[in-house]
Design a protein around this ligand. Structure first.
Ligand SMILES: [Zn+2]
Length: 159
């Protein structure tokens, strides 16, 4: 920070910090070590905006947690999947998306991430999500999704 009194650069220290505007920015009380002048700064927190690119890059929309949540909730309706499990799936996916530091993500990739996690949680929810998400064009595609479940079933059936 540049001191507004003497112009010294980065010679200040922070006396007090607190979030303002619902945590969207931080107010800091600073003191210049060169001239002892005190001043206040407001720092905006940079939020990484993630854009979802729809099929074939034709349309884009901002990533919305609530949308993802709704889609998963519909797939899990009346299934033995808890709200906490859904929450964990979303948080896990969000963390993966944001950690990549990329500004755009194909919707297909998010769909695959959800499917992978639902498959481990509940197979009915998985097939439901896949059928909506993939919007099966033919019966063959649907079979492929169901076939992906097959090894798991076989493993459980055999002794
Ligand atoms: Zn100063």
């Amino acid at each position: 920070m540049k001191c507004p009194y003497c112009g010294a650069l980065d010679k200040d220290h922070v006396l007090d910090s607190r979030p303002v505007r619902e945590g969207e920015s931080i107010k800091r009380r600073r003191e210049c070590d060169a001239c002892r002048g005190r001043f206040t700064t407001f720092e905006e927190i940079e939020i990484l905006r993630l854009t979802v690119v729809k099929s074939e890059g034709r349309s884009r929309e901002p990533f919305e947690r609530s949308k993802l949540q709704k889609a998963i909730e519909i797939a899990c309706k009346k299934r033995p999947v808890t709200a906490e499990q859904i929450e964990n799936v979303i948080t896990d996916i969000e963390r993966m998306l944001y950690s990549r530091q990329e500004k755009e993500v194909p919707s297909a990739e998010i769909g695959e991430m959800v499917m992978e996690r639902l498959k481990a949680l509940d197979q009915v929810a998985y097939v439901r999500f896949a059928s909506v998400y993939r919007q099966f064009e033919d019966a063959q595609q649907f079979r492929q999704i169901v076939d992906r479940l097959a090894p798991r079933r076989t493993a459980r059936g055999s002794k």
